[in-house]
Design a protein around this ligand. Structure first.
Ligand code: NAD
Length: 483
């Protein structure tokens, strides 16, 4: 990793730039707790420069580019990302603390997003609408112009790929504000995009704090569309700021996603998936399967078998590539500890706990995975997103109770159903309050083709898949009179 990679600057108009104020923020390695680099502390003035650059691109060469040419550029970028997959994974793993194997998968997904959206760039058709005699009516899909993208720290490359990939493919010029806890991979990707031939201003990155650079981006009147991925609380603030200038917003927020395990479930198939769904990225995944609801006849067996697996899980430094790495920050670790201390004071039973390996540096932000049993629906650990490696189990008596429990939080992101009963699969798939439902699997491998988003406190709008292209364009109706 070069010193340039660890000392990030904004990328505006394809140029590296220090913050206008000259200030920086530290980059902390979650595996050690030590400072390992710096990023620019962008504020309103930096956002203003980036929005200006994006506007020039949207009104200039980039905005006028033929879709097929945009498509070729994105394909080139996909190839460059693929060829830099290992170096991007190393940066992401250092910056977020995720095990290097998971970071490699994220870098691969980023290349795949660019490839997928490159293929879609020249296939987004309008329609002709049958209307009164003497008229021809057609619809055209147009880019919004300048799109703002506020990204969280948990999957920087993946979330950038799904949001910026679709926005660029449809001809928008982007201003991206990554999370202050994990920016480095995206700064490198933006440099690669410039090398791949993306015109100046089409993709700009401004780093900084949420309350400063993030808020300034949400409030900027020159932004025509905002894509926000992050917590439900911040999403509300971003939507309020955007409303002041009539800016549409896609909100991809948190979750407390249930997996429903019925008496006829194939437990051998379900068990590794139930564990992986909460352990991946140390539980810092919006779509984590963080609640297991199980039929009472299977409850004891399931908890016993889950406990065996939890006891064998190991957390350690990112480069060791164990089951899980550290959490991203001391703040996040403290948040998880607060939940665990609440669990203890409300008398919840710990069914099993994994271990932090002895070689893990003392200053790192480690939390061993925890399995909590018989967590009642009114408990905070059942209701709120912990965003750490903590799985809660709650038994149910019948299908009606399972559904009521599944839908009993304010979130609605993902749900998993484990049953062989086809009618039950369909009934529940329709009745569950969630943006995506998985039957006898969870996540379906996360394919870029699958539309993703939530309802309720999990947000609104859809990213990923073809559906995202509709969100990043505005529909115009053109009626021609020609008697
Ligand atoms: P966060 O809301 O604290 O931060 C997300 C981003 O918003 C960061 O870039 C941050 O700097 C910025 N931000 C913070 N305050 C802001 C403000 N006032 N105005 C504008 N921007 C601001 O969330 P986080 O802790 O980084 O991420 C974890 C959350 O993200 C979890 O709740 C998780 O479920 C959610 N998430 C959702 C999805 C999804 O697709 N639904 C995906 C990943 C993460």
């Amino acid at each position: 990793m070069t010193p340039d990679t660890l000392h990030g600057q904004h990328l505006i108009d394809n140029q590296r730039r220090a913050a206008v104020s000259g200030e920086t923020l530290p980059v902390i390695d979650p595996s050690t707790g030590q400072t390992c680099g710096s990023i620019a502390r962008g504020q309103a003035a930096d956002i203003d420069l980036a929005v200006g650059a994006a506007r020039r691109a949207a009104d200039g060469e980039w905005g006028r580019m033929a879709p097929a040419t945009r498509s070729r550029l994105l394909l080139r970028l996909a190839a460059v990302v693929e060829s830099e997959r290992e170096s991007l994974a190393q940066i992401e793993s250092l910056d977020t603390g995720k095990p290097i194997g998971q970071a490699r998968a994220d870098a691969g997904a980023l290349a795949r997003y660019f490839e997928y959206y490159a293929g879609a760039a020249d296939k987004l058709h309008g329609q002709t609408i049958p209307y009164q005699p003497g008229y021809t009516v057609l619809t055209v899909r147009e880019p919004h112009g300048v799109t703002g993208h506020i990204i969280p720290w948990n999957y920087p490359m993946q979330i950038f790929g799904r949001s910026v990939g679709a926005a660029l493919a449809t001809g928008n010029a982007c201003v991206v504000k990554p999370a202050e806890d994990a920016c480095l991979s995206l700064l490198r990707v933006a440099e690669l995009a410039a090398q791949a031939g993306l015109p100046a201003g089409a993709l700009n990155i401004v780093t900084g704090l949420g309350a400063e650079a993030g808020q300034a981006l949400a409030e900027h009147p020159g932004v025509d569309h905002l894509s926000f991925t992050g917590s439900t609380t911040t999403g509300r603030k971003v939507a309020q700021a955007a409303a002041q200038h009539h800016c549409p917003v896609t909100l991809e927020l948190g979750g407390k996603s249930p997996q429903l395990v019925f008496e006829d479930a194939d437990l051998d198939a379900a068990l590794p998936v139930l564990v992986a769904a909460i352990i991946q990225n140390a539980g810092q995944t919006c779509s984590a399967g963080s609640r297991v609801l199980v039929h009472q006849s299977l409850h004891e067996t399931l908890v016993e078998r889950l406990a065996q697996r939890f006891a064998a899980l190991r957390a350690g430094p990112a480069h060791a590539d164990l089951d899980l790495g550290p959490l991203v920050s001391r703040r996040q670790l403290q948040r998880v500890w607060d939940f665990l201390s609440d669990a203890q004071s409300s008398g919840l039973s710990v069914a099993a706990q994994g271990t932090v390996v002895e070689s893990a540096p003392a200053g790192g932000f480690y939390q061993a995975p925890v399995l909590l049993d018989r967590v009642p629906a009114n408990n905070r650990l059942f209701q709120e997103e912990i965003f750490g490696p903590v799985l809660v189990v709650t038994p149910f008596a019948d299908e009606a109770q399972a559904l009521a429990l599944a839908n009993a939080t304010r979130y609605g992101l993902v749900a998993g159903i484990w049953t062989r009963d086809g009618a039950r699969q369909l009934r529940l798939a329709r009745a569950l309050r969630a943006g995506q439902v998985f039957i006898n699997n969870y996540g379906a491998g996360g394919g870029v083709e699958l539309p993703f988003g939530g309802v309720g406190a999990s947000g609104h709008g859809r990213e990923k898949g073809f559906e995202a292209l509709y969100g990043f364009t505005a529909l115009k109706t053109v009626a021609i009179r020609h008697d």
